[in-house]
Design a protein around this ligand. Structure first.
Ligand code: NAD
Length: 260
């Protein structure tokens, strides 16, 4: 059987990298993506780890805020690995500020990266998925796609939009072999969250450890971080035949955040 190809956007660190690694372990060819120049990625031991499972692994630097770069990413994938069978829209950024102080250019960047990029990649991936009558589109949203927190207006708006987009495309593809779902993680310890812990420690004059504890205990009843590997295994499950009829869900994995 020909190996399937997965494009994982924003896969140079954190959750995206764990997803790429797990999909490679499962035999898929992988297109990694991020903002960093290729030489930096090829020198990173994480790249060798993703490549160590026998499938083909490529990297394409592309800024997803730019629709023509997303087209370039798909052109690269078609040339190097063939059409995208599994699309994981994972790239995301955060900024924390009150709405009246929110830098306008950061609002635009957050909406472009966390929401609009998923529209472009989905519209580019769907034709070949439909023609093979198989595909998986998995959008990494957030608990902030389902509930809000203060000071995160752009992120909350983008992630709510991404959950809505997921449902709409799941309905458009409901009678096909293409499924479209979202995963909504709570706190996961990645660079995106480390920055928020560091800012909290600085602002509230706390140690990093105490700032971490407070961040967790405010929202996440388990008081434990969700791990990137746990999210990656959920992605693998959504790619399996057992998940053929899971469509349009926004699946929270959040240590109990949304149960409150
Ligand atoms: P991260 O900062 O570790 O990784 C972000 C990735 O996105 C990197 O590979 C970066 O290169 C890439 N990226 C950023 N801007 C990009 C752009 N314009 N074009 C291309 N690539 C770009 O973050 P993470 O925590 O692993 O987050 C991954 C996803 O998970 C994001 O969508 C985030 O919103 C979501 N999420 C994270 C958490 C958490 O607690 N960490 C919780 C819920 C949801």
């Amino acid at each position: 059987m020909v190996a399937r190809t997965a494009l994982v956007t924003g896969s140079t660190s954190g959750i995206g990298l764990a997803i790429a690694l797990e999909l490679a372990r499962n035999g898929l060819n992988i297109l990694l993506n991020g903002l960093e120049p290729p030489e930096l990625i090829f020198a990173n031991p994480a790249f060798s780890e993703v490549s160590s499972h026998g499938s083909k692994v490529r990297y394409c630097q592309a800024d997803l805020r730019n629709p023509s770069s997303i087209q370039g990413l798909f052109d690269f994938c078609n040339a190097e690995l063939g059409p995208v069978d599994v699309l994981v829209n994972n790239a995301g950024i955060q900024h924390v500020a009150a709405v009246e102080d929110f830098p306008v250019e950061l609002w635009d960047s957050i909406i472009a990266t966390n929401l609009t990029a998923a529209f472009h990649s989905t519209r580019l991936a769907l034709p070949s998925m439909r023609s093979h009558n198989w595909g998986r589109i998995i959008n990494i949203a957030s608990v902030h796609g389902l509930v809000a927190s203060p000071l995160k207006s752009a992120y909350v708006a983008a992630k709510h939009g991404l959950v809505g987009f997921t449902k709409a495309v799941a309905l458009e593809t409901a009678r096909t072999g293409v499924t479209v779902n979202a995963i909504c993680p709570g706190w996961v310890l990645t660079p995106l969250v480390q920055k928020q812990i560091e800012a909290r420690a600085l602002n509230d004059k706390l140690s990093y450890e105490l700032a971490t504890q407070q961040l967790l205990s405010e929202k996440q009843p388990s008081s434990q971080f969700v791990t990137p590997e746990q999210i990656a295994e959920l992605v693998t499950f959504l790619c399996s035949p057992s998940a053929n009829n899971i469509r349009g869900v926004a699946w929270n994995i959040d240590g109990g955040w949304l149960a409150q």
